[in-house]
Design a protein around this ligand. Structure first.
Ligand SMILES: Cc1cc2nc3c(=O)[nH]c(=O)nc-3n(C[C@H](O)[C@H](O)[C@H](O)COP(=O)(O)O)c2cc1C
Length: 148
């Protein structure tokens, strides 16, 4: 099929990606405020639900929880990500969902995780951000690269 296309080698990924969906891979990074009183059991329930649903939807990522804040990195098909963001905004287990960064992604950071969980016992993201001269988006991303 490729040989009949008349396309140069470098042009092929455009429609090959359209067929496989590979070109639609993206990430979404947001911050939110956990509902006051949200406890360990609630967090377990969120992670169990996230892992089950992400496995079905081809999403992977990392949820960092520290000082009543959530930072979540989600990666996978961009359409699926934006659908999930709508659900996340309606979820009353957190408020103030603020997208910090989003875009295309060539390679997943958390391909081995349906949803990695980290907190200040893993490493402090807030201290990392305070000590880095980066923007919030670059700071969170570089932090996640150290814990993945
Ligand atoms: C902090 C937080 C993180 C979440 N992460 C995910 C996630 O990674 N994937 C997911 O499907 N749902 C996640 N959820 C749950 C969604 O908000 C929503 O309840 C769920 O996607 C609904 O799925 P449903 O299609 O079964 O109704 C999260 C919720 C919270 C509060």
């Amino acid at each position: 099929m490729y040989d009949d296309s008349g396309l140069a080698e470098g042009d092929r990924p455009h429609w090959a990606a359209a067929l496989t969906g590979a070109g639609d891979m993206g990430f979404m990074l947001y911050r939110s405020v956990a509902r006051p009183g949200l406890g360990r059991a609630d967090l377990e329930a969120i992670l169990n639900q996230a892992r089950r649903r992400n496995a079905e939807r081809g999403l992977t990522g990392c949820l960092h929880h520290e000082n009543g804040l959530f930072f979540q990195w989600l990666e996978g098909p961009r359409f699926t990500l934006s659908r999930l963001m709508e659900r996340l905004r309606d979820d009353d287990r957190h408020v103030g969902v603020t997208v910090i960064d989003q875009g295309r992604l060539d390679r997943r950071l958390f391909g081995d995780w349906q949803m990695r969980h980290s907190d200040s016992a893993t490493a402090s993201l807030l201290e990392w951000l305070a000590g880095s001269g980066h923007s919030e988006a670059d700071g969170v991303r570089s932090f996640l690269e150290t814990i993945r």
